[in-house]
Ligand binder design. Structure first.
Ligand code: ADP
Ligand code: F6P
Length: 323
């Protein structure tokens, strides 16, 4: 066992439902094993402003079911600089913090790696709705986000059918199409546009819309990834080319909020416990990931160097099921 007495926890980058469950698990698992636990507010920005508070069991009461993050989150350019990182490490040492759990995406991991190099034990947990962290099959918040988006798309299909319209629904995911692929397949969309495969063949989509209505379809749902974008303009062009009323809806930030699903609460909790376990073992500069259904951990730099793309089976299904 390492000589770890005090740990900190922070959330960084875009918030994701389930982050609170992870924070709660870090705090409770830390306290249960005799550690002092401090909450670092507003990510690396709050660290540099010394927004650090002692946490007790009650600090994380009634948060497992809440979306967002009680620690708040931020993006911080100062922390990308060497001076910022040194200042951050000094502040942590000043507060007696020997280890930090960073919950966020790739960018947050890079910051955690810098702290590790400056002598602070760090463990990363994958927190992003985008599922775009290469080392892991699961990220905290993805499951809730796709369920929220799926419900929104189902609702839009009701009104789209009533008006016999084409609807383009843009979902988040930054440059990745994971949310679009899962939502598209799960809502039975007529077209699923993924940045990984989109070929800009709009003529094919237009033909597909026309053919669908000719065959008696009452709606044509296009799930479009934000990485493809241009949904409003696309809707105007499709309407002009088909004569079928076409509306675009950008689901936007509503996908980031809301009460986390059981899957997000459960895995975030398990990951929080694992992060504390790793710190207690004296591990540093590691990230917790899910691989083939099991929790594992990787070296931070190795994790950041990994590449992933959408499972080819997802892509195959997204094509076969939209013909
Ligand atoms: P995410 O963690 O979701 O990928 P960002 O990419 O916005 O989100 O990163 C979150 C924060 O992590 C940034 O605002 C910055 O403070 C920190 N960060 C990002 N890249 C680096 C880096 N190369 N070195 C140090 N800190 C970084
Ligand atoms: O990374 C999560 C995410 O919601 C992406 O899907 C999206 O591109 C981005 O964050 C939006 O960021 P912001 O909250 O800064 O608008």
């Amino acid at each position: 066992m390492a000589d770890i007495k005090t740990i900190g926890v922070l959330t960084s980058g875009g918030d994701a439902p389930g982050m609170n469950a992870a924070v709660r698990a870090v705090v409770r698992a830390g306290l249960a094993q005799g550690l002092n636990v401090k909450g670092i507010y507003r990510g690396y920005a709050g660290l540099l402003n010394e927004e650090i508070q002692d946490m007790d069991a009650h600090s994380v009461s009634d948060i497992i079911e809440r979306g967002g993050t009680i620690l708040y989150t931020a993006r911080c350019m100062e922390f990308v600089t060497e001076e910022g990182q040194k200042k951050g490490a000094e502040i942590l040492k000043k507060h007696g913090i020997d280890g930090v759990v960073v919950i966020g995406g790739d960018g947050s991991y890079k910051g955690a790696g810098k702290l590790a190099a400056l002598g602070i034990n760090t463990i990363g947990l994958p927190g992003t709705i985008d599922l775009d962290i290469a080392c892991t099959d699961y990220t905290i918040g993805f499951d809730t986000a796709v369920n929220t988006a799926m419900e929104g798309i189902d609702r839009i299909r009701d009104t789209s059918s009533s008006h016999e319209r084409c609807s383009i629904i843009e979902v988040m995911g930054r440059t990745a199409g994971y949310i679009a692929a899962v939502c598209g397949i799960s809502t039975g969309a007529e077209d699923i546009l993924l940045p990984e495969t989109y070929d800009y063949d709009e003529a094919r989509i237009i033909e597909h819309v026309i053919q669908g209505f000719k065959n008696g379809k009452k709606h044509h749902i296009i799930v479009n990834a934000e990485g493809v974008g241009d949904s409003e303009a696309m809707a105007k062009r499709i309407q002009a080319a088909t004569g079928i009323q076409t509306r675009a809806t950008i689901l936007g930030h509503l996908q980031r909020g809301g009460s986390p699903t059981a899957r997000d609460r459960f895995i975030a909790s398990m990951m929080g416990v694992k992060a504390v376990e790793l710190l207690l073992e004296g591990k540093s500069n590691r990230v917790v990931a899910m691989k083939n259904g099991a929790l594992v951990d990787y070296d931070m730099a190795e994790a950041l160097a990994m590449q992933k793309t959408i499972d080819p089976e997802w892509i195959k299904a997204s094509k076969l099921l939209t013909r």
